[in-house]
Design a binder for this molecule. Structure first.
Ligand code: PEP
Ligand code: MN
Length: 358
């Protein structure tokens, strides 16, 4: 075979490559169209029965020289790539995504703007235990010119025999303290049926790590006009976290704050492992404010300050930490809450990072 002949054959192959490329891209466009129709109809994108019938059709028509298994393999790859394309399109459409909305979402809590470039601090006890206990912490928070307080009235505890929280009584205490000190209250709700009632008492509905994929709770929180602070699940991937937030936005509530609170790993030196790079990833992927909870992620008082500094340095919009007038007798998380003096010291130090950042 002359060089010229070889050249000609190669030219034909190049042409066919171009045709194949054009065809598979045209096919991809059709598949995307199908994906959009399926989305509207609420039908599952992956349809194994349809795939099998397409493959059978192709195999019937196959006269070689490719083996049946080769044809099957090649087309299976094309099907897979097309399905991924449909899923990418779907991902692009998430309401929480930057692709959907470029600008940062600012969450307004009792007139206070969260995620506007200034750092928000949320301090307060793990659980509401009494009016006096919450008021003492509120006084200290107010003295620092801060706007928000946290405290759990419903406590999701590992053991059913541990303190479960004061329930509505706790919410009432929080409201009384919030009104007296003009503070916004963040408090966890665990039952979808309590969301409506909670709205009368609190300013931000917290959805805790253990409930991050409680979809009915997410939907209930999405259907009211209250900001929501959503914590990352103990073993949730960032993608699952983002999708949990999507549940809330999908119901019409875009006032959502994401909170990284550590994930469970094999490491035992800390209570959880603070996934610090989740912060910039969430900031890039979504338009929502992102907080770092330094108490539950580290579970160690000595790590609260460095973890908070790291959170701010990497771009967090806010820091959450637990403060109790007398942690030694706290009914939950007694090992990691700060007392009021430690709180003063912590705040004096962390505020320096904020000043440097600004
Ligand atoms: C809390 O913040 O009170 C709490 C229980 O945290 P998490 O859901 O992150 O464990
Ligand atoms: Mn706690």
């Amino acid at each position: 075979m002359s060089n010229q002949e070889l050249e000609q054959l190669r030219n034909r192959v190049d042409e066919m490559n171009a045709q194949l490329l054009k065809l598979i891209n045209e096919r991809a466009e059709l598949v995307q169209e199908i994906g959009r129709v399926k989305e509207k109809q609420g039908v599952n994108r992956y349809d194994p029965v349809r795939e099998r019938s397409m493959l059978n059709n192709l195999l019937d028509k196959n006269d070689g020289p490719f083996e049946r298994s080769t044809v099957e393999h090649i087309f299976k790859e094309i099907f897979k790539a097309s399905l991924e394309l449909q899923e990418d399109d779907h991902r692009k459409a998430l309401l929480v995504s930057r692709k959907k909305k470029k600008e940062d979402t600012i969450v307004t809590v009792r007139g206070h703007q969260v995620g506007d470039g200034n750092v928000t601090f949320v301090f307060g006890p793990c659980a509401v235990e009494s009016y006096e206990q919450v008021a003492e912490v509120a006084k200290s928070i107010k003295g620092k010119g801060l706007k928000m307080i946290r405290g759990g009235a419903y406590k999701p505890r590992t053991s059913p025999y541990d303190f479960q929280g004061l329930g509505v009584e706790g919410l009432k205490i929080l409201k009384r303290v919030a009104d007296e000190f003009d503070l916004a209250v963040v408090s966890e709700i665990v039952n979808p049926a309590d969301i409506e009632t909670a709205c009368e008492y609190i300013d931000v509905i917290q959805i805790g790590a253990r409930n991050m994929q409680n979809f009915e709770l997410l939907k209930a929180a999405g259907s009211v006009k209250k900001p929501v602070l959503l914590k990352r699940g103990l073993a949730a991937t960032i993608d699952e976290f983002i999708n949990a937030a999507e549940y809330i936005l999908a119901q019409g509530n875009d006032q959502v704050i994401l909170c990284e609170r550590g994930i469970r790993t094999y490491e035992r030196a800390t209570r959880n492992t603070l996934d610090i790079t989740a912060v910039p990833i969430l900031k890039q992927e979504t338009h929502l404010p992102v907080f770092v909870d330094v108490t539950h992620s580290t579970g160690r008082r000595d790590l609260l300050l460095p973890a908070a500094k790291a959170g701010l340095a990497i771009g967090a919009d806010g820091i959450m930490a637990e403060v109790h007038p007398d942690p030694a007798v706290a009914l939950s998380d007694s090992a990691q809450q700060m007392n009021l003096q430690q709180f003063d010291e912590f705040y004096d130090e962390i505020i320096k990072s904020v000043a440097v950042k600004a």
